[in-house]
Design a protein. Structure first.
Length: 121
């Protein structure tokens, strides 16, 4: 991947990987534990984990004979920061749309001679 943000979004593009990350929000888990809800082989789950590791979203730790995986939030925070600028953009647009709809509803209520309720009968 060209950059960390691209790697993060590429890793998040797959629903199985998103489900694995969701599970890891509850704490570290082994590959076997992560594989339980899926109808796929352990090697398939391991391949998903490798993508998540390469993106920096998952870290494998060593604990005796176990290698639990844990969530690394820094790449998600970076993606959230990047998306923040678009949240502001869309929030402003939605606020303007809301104001326009209220104006249109008030105008319709005035021409119908009915008070504005926001609901149709």
């Amino acid at each position: 991947m060209a950059d960390a943000l691209s790697a993060t979004f590429a890793a998040l593009a797959d629903p199985t990987r998103r489900a694995i990350l969701a599970r890891l929000t509850h704490g570290a888990a082994t590959v076997n534990e992560l594989a339980e809800p899926f109808s796929m082989t352990l090697p398939s789950v391991s391949r998903h984990l490798k993508v998540l590791e390469a993106a920096g979203l998952v870290v494998k730790e060593r604990s005796a004979q176990f290698r639990p995986c844990r969530l690394e939030v820094a790449p998600l925070e970076a993606a959230d920061d990047w998306m923040g600028q678009y949240r502001v953009f869309f929030g402003d647009r939605l606020d303007r749309l809301d104001a326009q709809l209220k104006t249109m509803m008030a105008a319709k209520a005035a021409t119908d001679g009915k008070p504005e309720t926001g609901e149709e009968e």
